[in-house]
Design a protein around this ligand. Structure first.
Ligand code: SF4
Length: 381
């Protein structure tokens, strides 16, 4: 037979002939090929709900309901009310179904043997399963992550993601204006600012996933980006582990990512004591919600995800007493770092002062009275 390489055509031939086969062999039982998948589902998962069958078969709800209703009318399936929750209806096969299931399995095996002629069918099945999984790629249906605002891509960032070889993606835009922030152009977007092309970034990541283990997503504040979950899903499909740096102002968005296991490491900036938080972030005391920061902190402390808290220490904002107070507030966190501040042209408010190395060690000693495993990060020389 001539080799036909059009995979859509082959897929269609395979599907239509399979359906035709089952439509023919199942005539004596008055079951159509379209109902077969549902009967098999219920037989192998007795007590499923209609919704669970819809989810498992990935067929739309209307078709599922119609097909199962027909199986009920024919006496192959029955509904029983859940004993513990009377609102839930569960599906079970009947004796009539049990009488024919073995025959159906035999027909399925015969089909498989015919299809498997002259080929390594097990390998084909694995590849088909992989192709089906790839077909679930939400990017096919979601469209591109066009609204993602990527400010910078750092192709290799050493030490950014603990224990991982990673690159860094910095998102534009932030809801804070920390005076000591050294990413001015990500916070106050210059007039001629142009974002990185998302697809080019994705292509880079596709080419590098055999070299890099992880992607650090920072900002700006990445959780402000509505398309961030879509973007992270794509990263994870490429096999990347994901570290997220956040200022802690979006606990609900973070929670969603954590619940869906989309992030592997979270770094939370703890800007200052509760009283000085608004001041240190350049926001108004009256409207600042410290509760959001507390919620983020509580989320991290309650989760099994790797995380760290860190404070960039600046003389004009942090006294030794402040740092001890922060340590008491955040309490028993997994990792806590005091980070060196460095003035440069990208800092929002120029002229702020860094502590010296000796002073930083003095601060660390005080903090370690509360958090013994606290450390210093970003030491130069
Ligand atoms: S330090 Fe972080 S939170 Fe503060 S303005 Fe800069 S990017 Fe935003």
């Amino acid at each position: 037979m001539a080799e036909q390489k059009d995979f859509i055509l082959n897929l269609s031939v395979l599907y239509r002939n399979t359906q035709k086969y089952f439509d023919r062999v199942l005539v004596p039982y008055d079951i159509g090929s379209g109902q077969l998948i549902f009967l098999l589902c219920i037989n192998e998962n007795e007590g499923m709900t209609m919704q669970e069958v819809t989810n498992m078969s990935e067929v739309d709800k209307g078709t599922t309901t119609k097909s199962i209703q027909r199986l009920i009318d024919q006496g192959y399936v029955q509904i029983r009310i859940d004993e513990k929750d009377h609102r839930v209806k569960r599906l079970y096969t009947t004796q009539k179904a049990a009488d024919i299931m073995n025959t159906i399995y035999e027909y399925r095996n015969m089909l498989r043997s015919t299809l498997a002629q002259d080929m390594d069918f097990e390998t084909f099945e694995k590849m088909l399963a992989q192709a089906s999984d790839n077909a679930r790629d939400e990017s096919l249906y979601e469209g591109d992550v066009l609204t993602l605002k990527i400010g910078e891509l750092q192709k290799m960032s050493l030490g950014e993601y603990p224990g991982k070889m990673s690159c860094s993606i910095m998102m534009s835009g932030c809801n804070f204006k920390c005076p000591y922030c050294n990413k001015r152009s990500l916070v106050f977007l210059p007039e001629n600012y142009s974002y990185q092309n998302t697809e080019e970034v994705m292509n880079f990541l596709k080419r590098r996933n055999h070299i890099l283990d992880g992607v650090c997503i920072s900002g700006g504040e990445p959780l402000m980006q509505e398309d961030l979950p879509k973007f992270i899903r794509r990263l994870r499909r490429l096999g990347y582990r994901v570290k997220l740096d956040t200022n802690g102002f979006y606990p609900l968005r973070l929670q969603e990512l954590m619940e869906k296991k989309q992030v592997d490491y979270i770094a939370l900036d703890v800007k200052n004591t509760k009283d000085k938080y608004a001041l240190t972030t350049g926001m108004h005391q009256d409207t600042f919600s410290i509760q959001r920061i507390e919620d983020t902190l509580a989320l991290l402390k309650a989760s099994k995800i790797e995380y760290e808290c860190r404070t960039t220490v600046v003389k004009e904002f942090h006294t030794k007493e402040d740092l001890v107070e922060i340590a008491k507030w955040i309490g028993d966190v997994k990792h806590y770092y005091l980070q060196f501040f460095e003035d440069n042209e990208e800092v929002i408010q120029r002229g702020l002062t860094a502590y010296t190395k000796e002073e930083m060690f003095d601060l660390l000693e005080a903090v370690r009275e509360v958090i013994p495993h606290a450390e210093i990060r970003g030491m130069k020389g």
